[in-house]
Design a protein around this ligand. Sequence first.
Ligand SMILES: [Zn+2]
Length: 362
Amino acid sequence: MIEQAFRIGSFANIPVRIHWTFLLLIVYIIGSGLYDKSSWSGILFLIGFTLCMFFCVVLHEFGHALTAKKFGIRTADIILLPIGGVARLQNLPDKPRQELWIAIMGPVVNLLIAIILFVVLYAIHGNAMIHLFSGEIPLNMNVSEFMSLLLQANLLLMIFNLIPAFPMDGGRVLRAFIAIYSNRLVATRWASRIGQALCILFIIYGFYSEAWTLIFIGIFIFLGASQEYSMVKQEFLYKDKFIKDFYYKIQHYFPEYALIKDIRDEFRMLGQKHIPVLDIEGRISGIISLPFIQLNYEKVKNLQIKEIMFAQLISLPQSSTLLDTVKYFDSGIPAVFVTDGFQIIGMLDADCIKINLSQSVS
Ligand SMILES: [Zn+2]
C-alpha cells in the first residue's frame, strides 16, 4: 500500500513522495469546513497551515536522512502519509552512536524551526508576542497568528517524536543509549519494554480522562514496539547463519501433468513440505506445496500440478545468509533452491529453518 505514492520532488538525491491518501486529508478539511459553514478564507487558512506543517515534517525527515547520509547510509525515499512522514533508510546503522544521531536530528529540526519562528515573531512584536500564545490575538496579526501556531505545532511534533517508545524517534534514541552499554538485541528488548510500559500508562490515563486520541496513540505505539523487537530478534537469529547448514537435499520430483489427487498420499509420506516440479523435458518448472494442497484439497484435487504450482523460481548460492533468505519467504515465496556454482544442490523453506533452529537452541 505504501508504494502508491507520487513523487513530488527530490533533494540530495532523496526523492520525496506523497501518498495518495494525503488527498483525503485535504478533502476532509474542505468537507468538514463546509459542514461547519466556515468561510472559504478559514478553510484556505487550514489547508495552508496543514501544507506548511507537512513541509516541516519533510524537513524533519531530511534531518534523519541527511544525518544517515553522513554515515554512508542511503535513504530510499521520504514518504508523506496523512499521519506523518517516514524516511525509509536502506539499512540500519551498526554503531549505536550513529543511530542516536540519526534519530535525534529529526526532532532537532523541529526545535530549530520553532526557534527561528520565535526569533522572527520577537523581531516583529517584541514582548507583545506573548499575546499570540495567550489567545488574545489582535485582528491585524493574521500572519503572526499563523506563525505562532506553526511554532507550537513544531514543539508538539518534537515532544511527540521524543516519546521514548518505538516507532517514535525517542524509542530509537533510548535503544541507542542502552546499546552503547550492551548489544542491540538487549537494547531493543529494554527499549520496547520501557516504551510499552509507557503506552499502558497512556492508555490508562486516556480512559481515565476520556482522551481517546491518547488511547489510540498508546495502542499504535505499543504494537510498533513489539514489531520492532521481533524484527531485530529475527535479524540477530538469522544474520550469521548460512543456508548451506539448513537446506535439504532434493530426493523427489513430481511431473507437472500429474493430478493432485494422485500424488497427495505420496507427498504426505515424503516428510517434506515443498517438492520441485518437472516439465515434459525434465527441467524444473515450479514448486508444489503440501500445506497449500492440504488447505485447498477439495478445490484442487482434480487439477494438474502445473495449474497450482508456484512458477516463480528463486535460487540462492549456499553461502547466502538466512537473513537474506527469509525475506523471500516473507514475500510469499514458499521455498528457494540452493545452488553450488551452477548446480542445484537442495531446497529450503521456512519450516525447515524453524525446525533446525529450534534443535540448535534446545
Ligand atoms: Zn523522526
